[in-house]
Design a protein around this ligand. Structure first.
Ligand SMILES: NC(=O)c1ccc[n+]([C@@H]2O[C@H](COP(=O)([O-])OP(=O)(O)OC[C@H]3O[C@@H](n4cnc5c(N)ncnc54)[C@H](O)[C@@H]3O)[C@@H](O)[C@H]2O)c1
Ligand SMILES: [Zn+2]
Length: 345
């Protein structure tokens, strides 16, 4: 087990890497605790949970809304939770987002912890203190910044994960390497097949490196005023592709990262050689790289994105593998690049 600490301006978290969920009770100091999980995770791993009340939710992005939060808050009332209680989310990013939001708003904030059970949640969603739900089709538009007390990452939970869910996490790991760590990128190039087959030692090392990158960024910029924006690499286009082509998040982000790499190349920062390396790594994971032929729907979707500010957006480019730069770009300029990329895909 290895512990990493996040010490951010708005709170702190202990990240317990490689800890077994069987030891979860060691981290529960509260008199009363409740577990929030989804039906898949409960069925597969419920036998490992400590003795506790359980609130079970469904699965899928459509349940990540205020109506699910409402039901959970009512259950908190029935269970007579108070400020001394602890809420633990065991599941993927959806369970973590819902748990963090419900716990942070009930009685103006209870302590909470996460046991992320997908790769995406272990390297991304559970870390960083963003807890939000969707409203009227806008993703994560209602939420709070608040850090969990602990994040217990048991890598063995990933063994039951379907490959398409594993790939969603892998796309975020590649993103972390691209924005901050040439050495993680080298490791992924060398050991991509060990990650795909979840070989324990390599997987643990890759998750640890990936978590450190996000934890470092959050510790400096928890509220997304600067460096945290780098975590959006591949996501401006990724979200637009996810919406318009209805692709899984990881696949959409993979295409978004290739596009952002090509735009970096067109602007003269990233070399053609590095762009090829990025594509070839993503292809090893069988993640898609090709943009759709139509650029207009993508641009429309980008303009609707909640992160837009006036006529320009923050767009994350690469100076090299392992080094990202955030630039303000006009929609006009971005539109031109996307149009060209879609045409010559
Ligand atoms: N708060 C943040 O900073 C942040 C960052 C990234 C993503 N997110 C959010 O995370 C969500 C996506 O998270 P996700 O990809 O983990 O999806 P998810 O929570 O929907 O989980 C994916 C599927 O895998 C199942 N599952 C979970 N653990 C499993 C296991 N060990 N074995 C087998 N099946 C398992 C779940 O039941 C679900 O069906 C999105 O809603 C996204 O907005 C939040
Ligand atoms: Zn993402």
């Amino acid at each position: 087990m290895k512990e990493i600490k996040i010490e951010a301006s708005n709170g702190s978290s202990r990240i317990l890497l490689g800890e077994s969920v069987k030891n979860l009770s060691n981290y529960i100091k509260a008199k009363k605790s409740v577990i929030i999980t989804d039906n898949n995770v409960r069925q597969l791993h419920g036998h490992l949970f400590p003795e506790s009340e359980i609130i079970e939710i469904g699965t899928g992005e459509q349940i990540k809304n205020l109506s699910t939060i409402n039901k959970i808050l009512q259950r908190f009332l029935e269970l007579e939770l108070d400020r001394s209680s602890l809420v633990i989310g065991i599941g993927g990013g959806i369970v973590c987002d819902i748990t963090g939001f419900a716990a942070s708003t009930y009685m103006r904030g209870l302590q909470f912890g996460f046991v992320p059970s997908t790769l995406l949640a272990q390297v991304d969603a559970a870390i960083g203190g963003k807890n939000g739900v969707n409203l009227l089709g806008f993703k994560n538009i209602v939420g709070v910044f608040n850090h969990p007390q602990f994040i217990l990452s048991d890598f063995s939970l990933l063994n039951t994960l379907p490959e398409k869910e594993l790939l969603c996490g892998i796309a975020e790991v590649v993103k972390h390497a691209l924005i901050k760590s040439p050495s993680l990128f080298d490791l992924l190039e060398k050991d991509w097949d060990s990650l795909l087959s979840l070989k324990p030692n390599i997987t643990g090392k890759i998750i640890e490196e990936s978590v450190k990158i996000k934890a470092d960024i959050i510790s400096v910029d928890a509220l997304e005023a600067g460096g945290r924006r780098k975590l959006n690499f591949g996501h401006t286009l990724g979200h637009a592709i996810e919406k318009t082509l209805h692709l899984p998040h990881g696949e959409a982000v993979s295409i978004g990262m290739v596009a952002a790499a090509r735009i970096s190349e067109a602007r003269g920062t990233l070399s053609l050689y590095d762009t090829r390396r990025i594509e070839s790594l993503l292809q090893n994971f069988k993640l898609p790289c090709k943009l759709p032929a139509e650029s207009e729907p993508l641009l429309e979707a980008i303009k609707k994105d909640k992160k837009r500010t006036g006529e320009e957006i923050y767009f994350v480019l690469l100076a090299e593998i392992g080094k990202a730069e955030v630039k303000k770009m006009s929609y006009k300029e971005l539109g031109k690049y996307i149009h060209d990329l879609c045409k010559h895909r």
